[in-house]
Design a protein around this ligand. Structure first.
Ligand code: SAM
Ligand code: SF4
Ligand code: SF4
Length: 334
């Protein structure tokens, strides 16, 4: 009984935030003014336990979920994360287990995560300039720590590693070629992401968005590109360098929204289910998990919620009133 939502979209992908905390303060995600020292992060008892996450994932898999991505906040801050990965990797119907990280703690964790069964890794990297890196990450950690983590992950055996780069006009759009050259040389797959209006604190402006098409033209002038065949429900448009030196992805969430194929549900660290990155309200699953309900009750609840889903925020962005309430991205991941 795999449910379809109100727009006939299946439920295939689950993004799980394992913590709302982060060791960075990227202004586009967790600006320091909004996430200062007094910010009320979730207490440990409010987080779903590994057993609760594994149980929920097994139930989601019965409804059609095949791909799972761990995210945050910064997922590597969650204690004993490889133990969770081991539990999730043992769920037979899950075909893809991936994680997105800022890379700061990767040097020590890459190998344990791979051994535990993590299949794919995405590392966020918006700049290759040391000073700019600290400013864009709101961190005093050196860029070399991320690059070291990336090398450690490659040496451990993650291949290819995806690199996520959010492009902002006047901020890092002068580094497109440098970042592409870095990824080409390192054998990584770079994905350029349009700057999005997630949450309500990141000061998003439409004119700070550099369109995927503009990025494509810039790359193509330097290294001619050809399109890859589209894969089903893919978010990124894939391009191949004609000289054979790998691929690059472009994620046009603002200029060419992909809501029509969106098969993703998102789970916040405290167990709220969101059916869109831009949702205002989440369904409290923790209460049900801790309330003695059976797996089949939970499956029925999730299926009923999915059937009601009609989200398509990115397609309607232009028509949406400014100031509308939205969940912060650090609560539910990217
Ligand atoms: N902390 C991890 C990291 O940074 O990779 C995982 C969580 S982070 C919320 C997931 C992804 O969302 C990152 O690649 C980040 O660059 C991206 N992201 C955050 N805010 C964004 C925004 N306003 N527009 C587009 N992407 C954004
Ligand atoms: Fe932290 Fe990732 Fe958000 Fe940056 S994008 S503040 S690293 S959660
Ligand atoms: Fe999916 Fe919502 Fe993003 Fe559209 S706006 S692609 S429905 S998460």
């Amino acid at each position: 009984m795999e449910p379809r939502d109100a727009r006939s979209r299946p439920l295939r992908t689950l993004r799980v935030s394992v913590t709302d905390r982060c060791n960075f303060r990227c202004p586009y995600c967790m600006p320091r003014e909004a996430f200062g020292p007094d910010h009320p992060f979730l207490p440990r008892s409010a987080l779903l336990t590994f057993e609760e996450l594994a149980r929920l994932t097994r139930i989601f898999a019965t409804l059609g979920v095949r791909k799972l991505r761990l995210t945050g906040g910064e997922p590597l801050l969650r204690q004993d994360l490889p133990d969770l990965v081991r539990m999730l990797a043992a769920i037979p119907d899950l075909e893809d287990l991936a994680l997105t990280t800022n890379g700061a703690l990767l040097a020590a964790l890459a190998q344990p995560l791979l051994r535990a069964g993590l299949q794919r890794l995405t590392v966020s990297l918006d700049t290759l300039r040391p000073d700019r890196f600290q400013r864009l990450g709101g961190t005093t950690l050196p860029l070399t720590q991320i690059l070291g983590g990336l090398d450690a992950a490659r040496d451990a055996g993650f291949a290819p590693i995806k690199l996520n780069c959010v492009v902002q006009r006047g901020v890092n759009d002068d580094e497109l070629l440098d970042l592409a050259a870095f990824a080409r040389e390192g054998g990584h797959v770079l994905r350029f992401i349009e700057f999005m209006d997630v949450g309500t604190t990141n000061g998003w402006r439409r004119d700070a968005v550099v369109s995927a098409e503009e990025i494509r033209r810039c790359l193509d002038r330097h290294w001619p590109l050809e399109p890859l065949a589209p894969t089903e429900n893919a978010v990124a448009h894939g391009w191949r360098y004609r000289d054979g030196k790998g691929e690059v992805g472009l994620i046009a969430s603002v200029t060419a929204p992909f809501c029509g194929g969106c098969d993703r549900a998102r789970l916040s660290a405290e167990g709220r289910l969101y059916t869109c990155l831009f949702a205002a309200e989440g369904l409290d699953l923790r209460g049900f998990l801790r309330g003695g309900h059976s797996d089949s009750d939970l499956a029925a609840l999730l299926a009923a919620r999915w059937r009601l889903r009609d989200d398509s925020y990115s397609e309607q962005r232009a028509a949406t009133a400014p100031g509308r309430t939205r969940i912060e991205m650090s609560r539910i991941g990217g």
